[in-house]
Design a protein around this ligand. Structure first.
Ligand code: GDP
Ligand code: IMO
Ligand code: MG
Length: 437
């Protein structure tokens, strides 16, 4: 039995969907613990590509229970469309469960998200516009609507009426926008509620039952460490806690139940939206990574900013999450390069620093100090085991493992399930592995 957290170590889109799907083979339960439809997790199986926004990436395994946990925010229209799409291609969703304590993203959240971004002008965050920040704001302000509120036939109309009236005031007076029609929204959300009702459970209790039966549980993070509300590049972050500690809060389990924490990192770095990014490449090398890596957002279609692997944020992610091991993805994207750079430290105001500066202003001034490694100029896509990789690719991975002082357990060399090298069993194998520092 092992309970494992899978998190993103960078700014999201590291390939968490692929790695979660892969590990779901041996999981009985997969839990999403934070975020909402801002996430876009891609799972490729043969000719089929699944883009999941809220449903955990374990859904393709019919025997695996998939739980959307309490710490998530649920936008019902997208969730229902996702369920429908899966059903249409024969993927059953009777093993899907939704936490009754999760908060609901309402139409006013999306309107406020976009209006606030417009108002912030040059200070904008570059959000996905999916209403994530405003939904979490309401949760903190204690005026949010939870799934359980939508289930209560006695009180839900009054509850919704009050919330819409309150937010119409904000929309009209603060953002000078048209108010929402309360009757239309209430009717729509009651309809959504009834469609979602069969899936709604006490998620923490369900997870606890699984723990008592010694079943394998996988906690799937959304976004990434540098987008964490507390530990990321604030204010250019999301409004939840993607870090490993967030899994316990968002799923409703105690920290003593967690056995392993796996950090997913791209072999280079990408970021969507605004905010500092020291290793960003604004030249041909950046375009090359973007083209070869097909770096366009799964949720918004925006072009992702690309740069070299950043060992400073890598080490920070190891610390903040307490990582046991790494899954390095998209190594194949580097296949054609003659040389590859890795950021090993920053220069900040004339000083060399090894640690991530938490203040975004300092981080924005940090200049990367690079080590240049030789490329391998050979395709890695067909490699089946570590020894099959070109020597320079093995040296590149070893360099990252040493720099982060963390073993690499999984290497991904393509989007398909089979394009994966398991260096050691990331769940049951020894904590320090082959590629350990
Ligand atoms: P997530 O949000 O962390 O799940 O990542 P996304 O799904 O948003 O973005 C990762 C993208 O890279 C997806 O299109 C995946 O299919 C793709 N991908 C994942 N692993 C690999 C890999 O090793 N090589 C290549 N070329 N693509 C990959
Ligand atoms: P996955 O789970 C990459 C970014 C947005 C923006 C910031 C705040 O696929 O890795 P928000 O809408 O959350 O308020 O936007 O966070 N962002 C992501 N970037 N991958 C994601 O999710 C993201 N979810 C949010 O681009 O910069
Ligand atoms: Mg994504």
């Amino acid at each position: 039995m092992a309970n494992v957290i899978v998190i993103g170590t960078q700014w999201g889109d590291e390939g968490k969907g692929k790695i979660t799907d892969l590990l779901s083979r041996s999981a009985d339960v997969v839990v999403r613990y934070q975020g909402g439809v801002n996430a876009g997790h891609t799972v490729v199986v043969g000719d089929d590509t699944f883009k999941l926004h809220l449903i955990p990436s374990g859904i393709l395994y019919p025997e695996t229970d998939c739980i959307i946990g309490s710490g998530t925010v649920i936008e019902p229209q997208t969730l229902l469309a996702e369920i429908e799409q899966l059903k249409q291609i024969g993927v059953k969703t009777q093993n899907l469960f939704i936490a009754e304590t999760a908060h609901v993203t309402m139409p006013y959240h999306q309107l406020i998200d976009r209006a606030a971004e417009d108002r912030r002008a040059e200070h904008k965050i570059g959000t996905t516009g999916k209403g994530i920040g405003p939904t979490y704001c309401d949760k903190s302000e204690r005026v949010g609507i939870r799934i359980v509120d939508l289930m209560d036939k006695e009180t839900r109309v009054k509850r919704l009426q009050w919330a819409i009236e309150y937010k119409n005031f904000v929309l009209e007076r603060l953002y000078e926008k048209e108010p929402l029609n309360a009757d239309t929204v209430i009717k729509q959300y009651i309809d959504y509620a009834e469609q979602l009702r069969p899936y709604v459970v006490d998620a923490s209790l369900k997870i606890d039952e699984a723990i008592k039966k010694r079943r394998n549980i996988l906690f799937e993070g959304a976004q990434g460490t540098l987008l964490d509300l507390d530990h990321g590049t604030y204010p250019y972050v999301t409004s939840s806690n993607p870090v490993a500690g967030g899994a316990c809060i968002g799923a409703g389990v105690g920290p003593t139940q967690i056995d392993r924490i796996i950090g997913v990192a791209k072999a280079y770095t990408t970021r969507v939206g605004e905010g500092p990014f020291p290793t960003e490449l604004l030249d041909d090398a950046g375009n090359h990574l973007g083209d070869r890596g097909a770096e366009f957002g799964t949720t918004t279609g925006r072009k992702r900013r690309c740069g070299w692997f950043d060992g400073v944020i890598g080490r920070y992610a190891v610390r903040i999450n307490g990582l046991d091991c790494l899954a390095i993805t998209k190594l194949d994207v580097l296949d054609e390069l003659s040389e590859i750079k890795v950021c090993i430290a920053y220069e900040l105001d004339g000083e060399v620093i090894q640690d991530f500066p938490c203040d975004s202003r300092s981080f924005g001034r940090a200049k990367p100090i690079y080590e240049t490694l030789p490329g391998w100029r050979t395709s890695t896509k067909e490699c089946k085991q570590f020894a099959d990789l070109p020597k320079a690719a093995r040296a590149y991975l070893q360099f990252i493992a040493d720099l982060l002082e963390t073993p690499i357990a999984i290497i991904s060399i393509g989007a398909q399930r089979g394009q994966t090298i398991i260096v050691e069993d990331p769940i049951h194998g020894p904590k320090r592995g082959l590629l350990s520092a």
